[in-house]
Design a protein around this ligand. Structure first.
Ligand code: NI
Ligand code: MN
Length: 223
């Protein structure tokens, strides 16, 4: 299994069976790096903002990949011609490659035309026994403790850019509440407004939590 950071909050997770795109903000993303030949089978979207929904709809139309998102956002994507799977908070969603659960993030969400897009979400994916938590856009919130207690994510991908989401200090707390041993920072340095100091993030983290910083296009393998 290989995880590629595309840039901003966009990731591509490749397994033997699947190619999973998360928050595919690619064509309008000033820092994105993504190989268009990648075999996308699934698209997971945390919320409707354009820097997360991104190219999900055109990629779904091109590849036939299914967009899985919260009910209201999935319905919007379906109206735009994408193949969708509408989900909601807390349930186990089976996939060929494993399973996922959507949790509420503390953030807003709307579709590109300004309509209500349901709850903004964080997504926990379980693949080959590895639990990867993609927080989406969120502020720090107490439910992260519960997610840590019950689901024990191995890796937490956390926004650190401040202004629209948590900053580095809160992300270091979130990492501890989630109980993740590894974190990957995201949603920073894409624009000036969300500049973050990763050295500071590392200084706030306890020694038993590793911070993996990925450059756009960079991949890491999990075996
Ligand atoms: Ni957002
Ligand atoms: Mn965002």
């Amino acid at each position: 299994m290989e995880l590629q950071f595309i840039g901003h909050s966009a990731f591509y997770l490749e397994t033997e069976k699947a190619g999973i795109l998360i928050d595919p903000f690619i064509s309008q993303n000033p820092i994105s790096k993504f190989d268009p030949k990648s075999k996308v089978t699934d698209i997971l979207v945390t919320h409707g903002h354009s820097d997360h929904l991104g190219d999900a709809i055109p990629i779904s139309k091109q590849t036939g990949a299914t967009i899985t998102a919260i009910f209201e956002l999935a319905n919007y994507c379906a109206k735009c011609g994408a193949k969708v799977q509408a989900v909601n908070i807390g349930g186990k969603i089976p996939f060929e490659w494993g399973r996922a659960r959507f949790f509420s993030a503390t953030h807003s969400s709307s579709t590109p035309d300004g309509a209500y897009a349901g709850c903004a979400t964080s997504i926990l994916m379980e693949i080959n026994g590895m639990k990867i938590f993609h927080a989406g856009d969120t502020g720090l919130h107490q439910e992260m403790k519960t997610i840590g207690e019950i689901y024990k994510p191995d890796i937490a991908i956390l926004p650190v850019g401040n202004f629209y989401t948590m900053g580095v200090k809160e992300a270091a707390i979130a990492a501890q509440w989630l109980g993740a041993k590894k974190i990957i920072p995201m949603h920073y340095n894409t624009f000036d407004l969300i500049k973050a100091d990763i050295k500071k993030l590392k200084s706030f983290l306890p020694k038993n939590i590793e911070c993996i910083t990925l450059e756009p296009g960079q991949k890491i393998g999990f075996y």
